[in-house]
Unconditional design. Structure first.
Ligand code: EPU
Length: 286
């Protein structure tokens, strides 16, 4: 398999990692953690902008590890679900829809797996991973298991702070029983809105920037970028999406340089026009 990251990321950009680890079970994962020490974890590759050169760290991909997703316990109308980090967000959502569980509808159409969702506290205006999570099980660099209950987890806006070297292995998420048809309708509505508003058919890595604080509240970075007149701005084969300006799309063959240059241009223009500093949400791998 070609291990260049452009073959493992939804933006289709990125060079070779120093080393690629694909553990197949917990034993191999523990061995890898001890060996690799500092590494990048690759989940669904949907929120990553990697440089085209050789990367400075090894990459660890959990897709070959056993997958687990099932009900953990039920307490009246509250249902706890246990899942490994390599379950996809859409896999979890399908599970919830089949079992009639509400709370995860915001996941509709969000790419990637649960590991990335936890690590980034992925979400929308309708919810985020912090609001669903009861417990996380992590492995540290000595490959020891640690359990964090929700009170011990420092989730923030699009961020989860863990100790250095900790890897998210699995977690427990909390849902409520609800009418299955209502859940289906809500998911359908979210998907329709997303298809209308976001460049879902073009290579992208989700929103590039976090929504900045403007006058004490979060403002859509996409709206600011559009207001700065940057929709459709293009460098090489990288373009600011005409559908949603917080997305950069790869029209085919874009280099990481094209994308970094476009990001810098957008940041400068938004700073100049609105005195707002945009901060990258996308994870940059060098
Ligand atoms: N808007 C514009 N122009 C644009 C984009 C948006 O005028 O180019 C306006 C919209 O018309 C709307 C408002 O801005 O009135 C908000 O737009 P939207 O609902 O798309 O929300 P957002 O704040 O721009 C957030 C998340 C998205 C998520 C959407 C949908 C962040 C940084 N972005 O975007 O998440 O899909 O809500 O709920 O939190 C991601 O995390 O990768 C991501 C794309």
């Amino acid at each position: 398999m070609d291990e260049a990251l452009k073959n493992h990321t939804t933006l289709r950009v990125g060079g070779m990692p120093r080393q690629f680890f694909y553990p197949h079970n917990v034993f191999e994962l523990q061995k890898t953690l001890k060996e690799a020490r500092d590494y990048y974890v690759l989940g669904g590759g949907s929120n990553i902008l990697a440089e085209d050169t050789y990367l400075s760290k090894p990459v660890l991909k959990l897709s070959s590890m056993p997958i687990y997703l099932d009900i953990y316990k039920e307490e009246q109308d509250v249902v706890y679900v246990k899942a490994t980090a390599n379950v996809t967000k859409q896999g979890l959502l399908q599970f919830c829809m089949k079992k009639g569980l509400t709370g995860g509808e915001f996941l509709a159409g969000i790419p990637g797996n649960l590991g990335g969702g936890w690590a980034m506290n992925a979400g929308t205006q309708l919810g985020d991973f912090a609001s669903l999570t009861e417990e996380l099980i992590v492995l540290n660099s000595q490959a020891e298991t640690k359990v964090y209950s929700k009170e011990d987890l420092s989730f923030d806006y699009r961020k989860l702070t863990l100790k250095e070297g900790e890897l998210i292995y699995s977690g427990i998420l909390k849902f409520k029983k609800a009418n299955q048809e209502d859940i289906h309708n809500k998911v359908k509505e979210i998907i329709q809105r997303r298809n209308a508003m976001q460049p879902v058919t073009q290579a992208n890595c989700g929103c590039i920037f976090k929504n900045p604080f403007v006058d004490g509240k979060r403002e859509s970075a996409g709206k600011l970028i559009e207001m700065a007149g940057l929709k459709k701005m293009q460098i090489g084969a990288a373009r600011v999406s005409e559908k949603h300006a917080n997305f950069i799309v790869n029209l085919g063959g874009a280099t990481s340089r094209n994308i970094f240059d476009l990001i810098s241009h957008v940041k400068e223009a938004v700073k100049k026009q609105f005195s707002v500093t945009l901060e990258e949400e996308v994870q940059i791998w060098t």
